[in-house]
Design a protein around this ligand. Structure first.
Ligand code: ATP
Ligand code: MG
Length: 399
């Protein structure tokens, strides 16, 4: 590759007014963190972009990583030359010759420094003619060129951009507060976590397991999903809640058709306590309206009653097909469809109540010692940190 630089542009962050500096600083942190295995890089933040000097590091690998960093609008590969026509011509031609796949091109030149004597339109003409003359393979196509050569004459130097890669969009992770994601091994909740991370939230995950009714393989699914989400969401703490006692108590004391409702109310209570411990400001789930019997509005209403925290349901209005498409894109789908059952499915009645009534739910809870069950579950919760270098864990065999 002939390129010396990658240039990251921000997109949406750029319009965030006063917040811009904070957002861009966070983005720079996240980029540095993701690229820490490339010691040769020099990363520099400017007002409008972040510039990465490659110093011979593998551009394609770096782009693959940056494509998953939220808050990036696009990434361009670039070379830098001086502020005179000869070097600009030379630079443009060098890229044109190196991009051997391209058959058509256009020049898009702009002078940011208005003192530079040649205007953008004149540069376009001159450089277009120069490339046509010296690179026979290429023809001009101003509408759908294979290669757009962007030229930007700045205050101190000229950048010439060759390739452009779309970024992941969204906002930098860590600018949006912390959310506790209820993460099952299913298809939906990982997608919910991904979408919230995309809006800048940091994610911690809580997973309920019921050994020995649920297997280590079910837990492994969740671990593998967290490791996928980490590409997008950065470090993730996973809280593993032992839920067997609670499930058994529910099975013994609650009429069959209300078990799902009560179980989910307990999940929310436990999650709320864990959220308080970790400073999370909201709980998130992968629920989608009407998808299964327990995801009716009546059910959400009966379940929400037990917590004061906002419950975010980013998939609430999405179809299963669209959710699955995203799950495939973020590579969690194949993990989610592994056939091991999680705690919800194992104790499930054949016919859960689709329109539970919150008054009934409250009444059935009198048969349970709710506080004791919640406190014990929270106390016995194990936390695993899936972080960059620091991979602390209670069960290293699963990692
Ligand atoms: P998913 O595909 O995310 O498993 P689902 O369609 O199977 O969702 P439910 O079983 O009704 O739906 O669960 C709804 C939501 O409750 C899940 O999206 C998830 O956020 C949460 N949830 C379910 N089971 C668990 C679990 N074992 N641990 C943590 N959260 C869970
Ligand atoms: Mg599920």
């Amino acid at each position: 590759m002939i390129y010396d630089y990658l240039v990251i542009r921000f997109g949406e962050i750029a319009i965030k007014g006063k917040n811009k500096k904070r957002f861009v600083e966070k983005l720079e942190d996240n980029v540095r963190e993701k690229l820490r295995d490339f010691p040769g890089l020099q990363i520099k933040r400017h007002y409008d972009d972040i510039e990465i000097r490659l110093n011979g590091e593998d551009q394609d690998r770096i782009v693959r990583i940056l494509e998953k960093v939220f808050g990036i609008h696009n990434i361009s590969s670039a070379v830098k030359v001086g502020k005179n026509l000869e070097s600009i011509r030379e630079g443009v031609l060098e890229i044109a010759r190196a991009e051997t796949e391209a058959k058509t091109f256009k020049i898009a030149a702009r002078r940011k420094d208005k003192r530079f004597p040649i205007r953008g339109s004149e540069l376009n003409q001159d450089l277009g003619a120069w490339v046509l003359k010296h690179c026979e393979r290429l023809d001009v196509d101003v509408h759908h060129p294979d290669l757009t050569l962007r030229v930007e004459v700045g205050d101190h130097e000229t950048r010439i951009y060759g390739r452009e890669y779309p970024g992941a969009g969204g906002l930098p992770v860590g600018t949006g507060g912390k959310i506790l994601l209820m993460l099952s091994g299913g298809i939906d909740s990982p997608v919910a976590g991904y979408l919230l991370a995309r809006r800048g939230a940091s994610i911690e995950a809580v997973h309920f397991e019921s050994p020995p009714y649920t297997s280590d393989r079910a837990k492994q699914k969740v671990v593998d999903i967290v490791k996928k989400l980490r590409f997008y969401a950065g470090d993730i703490k996973l809280h593993l809640v032992p839920f067997t006692q609670t499930q058994l108590a529910i099975r013994e004391n609650v009429p069959e058709d209300y078990r799902v409702t009560i179980m989910r109310r307990l999940m929310f209570r436990i999650s709320e306590k864990i959220a308080a411990r970790t400073d999370a400001l909201a709980i998130a789930t992968g629920e989608s309206l009407g998808q299964v019997a327990s995801q009716t509005l009546e059910s959400m209403n009966a379940i929400n009653q037990v917590t004061d925290l906002p419950v975010l349901r980013p998939l609430v209005a999405m179809d299963k097909l669209d959710i699955s498409r995203i799950a495939k894109e973020i590579d969690t789908y194949d993990i989610s469809i592994r056939p091991y059952e999680d705690c919800c499915t194992i104790f499930l009645p054949k016919a859960p109540r689709t329109r539970p009534d919150r008054k009934h739910a409250e009444r059935f809870e009198h048969f349970l010692d709710i506080d004791a069950l919640v406190d014990e579950a929270v106390r016995a919760t194990e936390t695993v940190i899936f972080g960059g270098r620091e991979e602390r864990n209670a069960f290293s065999d699963l990692l």
